[in-house]
Ligand binder design. Structure first.
Ligand SMILES: [Zn+2]
Length: 331
């Protein structure tokens, strides 16, 4: 279908920063594994993860997107603690958070049931397609020769649950539907740290193809009411409540602008091409406005389901690119 033409940057506002890959100690026994991003970096399918050190083994928050980052996360963690991973919790089913699962075995792998159901489908699709039995070559992610077999979760938890990792209390919070119908976040009240998974995107346009945007905004408001100082987002540099409020504003601005055009019977794609997002046009991946607008339209016309609306996004992308090209020709 072709990708959406990225909207122009807005010179009135600052550019996104550049951030580097690091395993960062946030509090005793608590680390974030952040992957580089920002202008000029590879930002495709690059996600953040977390690690909590227990007396005997490590607990991971997400597995990254492939063999190279997963192995770096594992070896950096070993270097920092001398320990191996015994548990993995996936915040949701997207490949950039679960495709590294297989490298953490024999760790127990935990998720929300919706996440597991989607991973079972993905594992089945991989098994049925010989081309998917190795990782695709992708700079910094995979050489292209590594055998690929998605490790599906063996434990599911429907609602909030608490783990003690040594002395660290980890409250797993069901946050969905927001980014997906299966979102889990890890809240560490002693340290006021939240691993938000893809409920949080900082300096990166939020990706809503499986999302419920109006409930996602409510989830952000709930987090803003929590005792949290540090938020590790699924994408982007480590931040805090201010950054999460900014991301919620992206959706608030988009909701107001898209709603006007929805009421004028403008198509989702034409609306996305017509809307200017101001400072958010300078975030990484501004063309996600197309899928996000299409998702809002689904919410308003009553057709929203947990799955991706592939046909709706394809149609919106065509309309969007056509409107962008027409506007460029008029200049
Ligand atoms: Zn995601």
């Amino acid at each position: 279908m072709g990708n959406p033409i990225p909207p122009a940057q807005d010179p009135r506002f600052p550019q996104a920063p550049v951030w580097e890959t690091e395993l960062r100690l946030l509090a005793p026994h608590v680390y974030a594994f952040v992957q580089a991003g920002g202008p000029g970096k590879n930002n495709v399918s690059v996600s953040n993860a977390g690690m909590i050190e227990g007396p005997d083994y490590l607990v991971a928050v997400d597995a990254t997107e492939g063999p190279i980052p997963a192995q770096r996360f594992i070896s950096d963690s070993k270097k920092a603690t001398g320990k191996s991973f015994g548990r993995m919790v996936n915040t949701h089913h997207h490949g950039d958070h679960v495709d590294g699962n297989q490298f953490f075995l024999p760790a127990e792998i935990i998720s929300h049931p919706y996440c597991r159901t989607e991973c079972v489908k993905a594992a089945q699709a991989q098994a049925n397609n010989p081309n998917q039995r190795t990782f695709a070559a992708h700079e910094g992610v995979a050489l292209g020769t590594e055998p690929r077999k998605l490790a599906v979760q063996n434990t599911t938890i429907e609602d909030n649950f608490v783990q003690y990792v040594g002395d660290t209390r980890v409250e797993w919070i069901y946050a969905g539907p927001a980014h997906t119908w299966g979102d889990l976040m890890a809240y560490l009240p002693q340290h006021k740290i939240l691993f938000a998974g893809d409920v949080a995107f900082f300096w990166v346009a939020p990706f809503a193809q499986n999302g419920h945007i109006s409930k996602w905004i409510e989830t952000c408001d709930r987090i803003l009411g929590m005792d949290v100082d540090t938020i590790v987002p699924g994408h982007g540099p480590i931040g805090g409540k201010k950054d999460l409020a900014e991301m919620a504003d992206y959706f608030r601005v988009l909701t107001v602008e898209a709603r006007k055009r929805y009421q004028q019977k403008m198509s989702a794609g034409a609306a996305a091409a017509d809307i200017r997002m101001g400072r958010f046009d300078n975030w990484i991946g501004p063309e996600r406005i197309v899928m996000d607008t299409a998702r809002l339209y689904d919410e308003w016309n009553g057709s929203l389901i947990p799955d991706v609306n592939v046909g709706g996004i394809r149609e919106a992308t065509l309309e969007y690119n056509e409107a962008k090209m027409k506007a460029a020709a008029r200049k």
